[in-house]
Design a protein around this ligand. Structure first.
Ligand code: SAH
Length: 360
């Protein structure tokens, strides 16, 4: 499956576009933001360039698009104010796949620029950069700070190797990894992660100046155990929802069996290994964080998580199944299963925060 084509395809009524439904992402970003902001401030206070060049990779379109960049700029302005030093200009590049709705992002730019000027006194200049972060996006040595939130766990493609020679799925029971998946499935996912993440590091190493920082937050596993329930449960529940649709003859079993997601939640050790192999970065910080849906209202939490999963999955499912008719019943079932899982306190997720420093 060509991820680029399906990430932003508007499905059916477009109800669950990423723009409106990113509250799950927002919740976790709130808790992680201080590490990312601190790494940007650390860089600025040590290097103090006249213009600070920031790239946000996988910015999406919607309420969260400017959120991270806003906090970074505010953090740096506050620190300049405390040190009574002049503010830098900020050059911000917002990157996502070419199919992202950049028009809706650009519409919000003048207001954002004005807000930054009014609140922090900062001069902010913005540009959109459509393209895959698995490859070069910027000129050599042109960036000071790169951040990416909830994006690098998306692979460049569904790993090859999940189909047998007859083109039939070898990963029949779920769309990711489950404890019943054949070893070949686990290996295919891991190999794709290695290829993608090493290319990601290589590309950024050419684009960042020496001493530049890169702060990433992504889905992760706490340990080397690839069947970590925190990363597999949401996919397992989706597989169960599909199975119910199959039992009602609403969708073909074979189509469900061949549906796999281009996703991989690496362990901290897997990230460390790739960073070491690539050789251009040192690790300033690496820490997994666990979140649980704990508002006390299982129905509400399930609705929020369902919207977030649907926002990303809707276009992929529509593409694979050739239409969006199953989306509504599928996610109704999903929400029900999720509510029960939340009541049993089973729904947790792990996010990894990694801060890298470009070596000279
Ligand atoms: N950073 C935002 C959005 C995260 S959703 C937030 O925290 O809310 C993940 C985003 O990553 C999507 O918009 C998706 O299009 C983008 N993405 C996935 N793979 C990508 C790639 N290879 N290159 C650039 N963007 C990608």
């Amino acid at each position: 499956m060509d991820v680029e084509r399906v990430f932003h395809m508007k499905a059916g009524n477009g109800e669950a576009s990423y723009a409106q439904n990113s509250s799950l992402q927002k919740k976790s970003m709130e808790s992680l933001k201080h590490i990312l902001i601190k790494s940007a401030i650390d860089f600025y206070t040590s290097e103090a360039p006249q213009t600070l060049t920031i790239a946000d990779l996988g910015c999406s379109c919607g309420p969260n698009t400017f959120a991270m960049v806003k906090r970074i700029i505010e953090g740096i302005c506050k620190s300049c104010c405390e040190m009574s030093s002049t503010l830098p200009d900020f050059m911000v590049f917002l990157n996502d796949l070419p199919t992202n709705d950049f028009n809706s992002v650009f519409v919000g730019v003048p207001e954002f620029v004005e807000e930054m000027k009014d609140c922090s006194g900062a001069s902010v200049f913005l540009a959109g950069v459509p393209g895959s972060f698995y490859g070069r996006l910027f000129p050599s040595c042109s960036l000071h700070f790169v951040c990416s939130l909830h994006s690098v766990h998306w692979l460049s493609q569904v790993p090859p190797g999940l189909l047998d020679q007859q083109g039939k799925s070898i990963n029949k029971e779920t769309m990711y990894i489950t404890h019943r998946s054949p070893t070949a499935v686990v290996e295919s996912y891991f190999n794709q992660f290695q290829r993608d993440f090493s290319l990601f590091l290589k590309s950024r190493s050419e684009e960042l100046i020496n001493g530049g920082r890169m702060a990433l937050a992504m889905s992760s596993r706490k340990s080397i155990d690839c069947f970590d329930k925190n990363t597999t449960l949401l996919w397992d529940l989706l597989a169960q929802s599909f199975a119910l649709l199959v039992s009602q003859d609403l969708v073909e079993q074979e189509k469900v069996e061949s549906y796999n997601v281009p996703f991989y939640a690496p362990s901290p050790a897997e990230i460390e290994d790739e960073v070491e192999k690539e050789g251009s970065f040192s690790i300033d910080y690496i820490e997994p964080y666990e979140f649980s849906s704990s508002s006390g209202n299982a129905e509400n939490d399930a609705a929020i998580i369902t919207m977030a999963v649907r926002a990303i999955q809707e276009s992929m499912i529509t593409y694979h199944f050739g239409g969006g008719e199953i989306i509504e019943p599928l996610f109704q079932i999903y929400k029900g299963l999720l509510t029960e899982a939340i009541k049993k306190d089973e729904v947790k997720s792990t996010h990894l925060v990694v801060v890298l420093r470009k070596l000279p």
